[in-house]
Design a protein around this ligand. Sequence first.
Ligand SMILES: Cc1ncc(COP(=O)(O)O)c(C=O)c1O
Length: 388
Amino acid sequence: MNSPKIARRADISPFIVMDVMARANEKEASGENIIHMEVGQPATRAPQKVIDAAHRALDEDRLGYTEATGLPVLRARISAHYQQRYGLDVPDRRIIVTTGSSAGFVLAFLALFDKGDKVALPVPGYPCYPHILRALDIHPLMVRTDNRTRWCLDVDHLDGLERQGHEISGVLVASPNNPTGVIMEDHRLQALAGFCDHSGIPLICDEIYHGLSYQRHPESALAFGKNVIVINSFSKYFSMTGWRIGWMVVPEKLVRPVERLQQNLYINAPTLSQLAAVSAFDCMDELEGYRRAYEQNRNFLLRELPEIGFDKILPADGAFYLYADVSRFTDDSRKFTRQLLEETGVALTPGNDFDAEYGHHFLRFSYARSHADMQEAVKRLKAWMRRQ
Ligand SMILES: Cc1ncc(COP(=O)(O)O)c(C=O)c1O
């Protein structure tokens, strides 16, 4: 019997952290005690008012389709959030509710780029950006960053790409970034936005880790340019990963194209989650408590990890990650994390997920779990390192 071919588009790289998580879950199911520092997922529940709103929506059975762009009440609440948090006037019209930020990327890439277009993005960075771009026949221009630009994509990098003859169709950054946690300085973000406005190309900024910052709070890229598309989500700061709900802010001109794409691809983001998410903005005290708990974990790890020998950590401004250079211990971080998981039950993500070239020298620690988990992980890591 002949079987159908698998499309070349499906020849997509894995999101390694999901593979690590699957193995960690398997071990957990067999009774082992696993500390999950691999996945970027809060251990906390969704805020109480969100859960209450979801119960009400289920009881009242209000779960039909919504407008493709999202419930008007939710778009208005997100607009108010921009006013309250950033002092920015973002009309509801420009806000589109999505099935997590992940769907926001697909909608943005489809709306903005054609086959063969080139999009510049920094390395190390979130792996799904280049994977999704490639699946859509869009070419990621992977730009290596280092401490000279504080691990951020910079206008000089873009000038360099142009000098090499690349025609750039768009720029994609995240601030705070994953896996590094680095927040882009305002002047750098402003310069990128200026470059994009001048060249008539979009700057896509992933602001999913906004709210999770520990020293200074980043501005939204929306403050800096006209061609800015912001992608955001309820997954991280709002502790709602599995609810699969996020949003994008797009320039006026893009509203209708994105709406048409959403109508056809997803119809609308999950209605239950939309109804519940309206209440998320009334839970700031609870969410601030979550942020303070991350901060405590961060400070603890920044103190303890260097004692174990993980002392080369990138600037950890925000998100809930530490990205450490572990080249003095291994040349193969994938093997290292596998061994650690098998022998200590501590799950970490190898840098290969975020950087194909040098990731084998790095580990990412996610500190989104409880403080007790962080203490136990450090204890196990210390004992394991002593045995090596
Ligand atoms: C930088 C970044 N963007 C987007 C996502 C996807 O999030 P969502 O749950 O909103 O689809 C993640 C998830 O880890 C992420 O780290």
